[in-house]
Design a protein. Sequence first.
Length: 45
Amino acid sequence: MQKKIVKKYADLILQANNATGRKEAVALIHKAAKLKNKFDSYEMM
């Protein structure tokens, strides 16, 4: 489960770096942040 979250996070960050528009980049960064929070909560358990 954690590997899948990390892979998806890395993919979203890469997409955000390659995004052409500001809104697109911000949306991808927000999705990545949600995944990072989810991953961090799993680490605390």
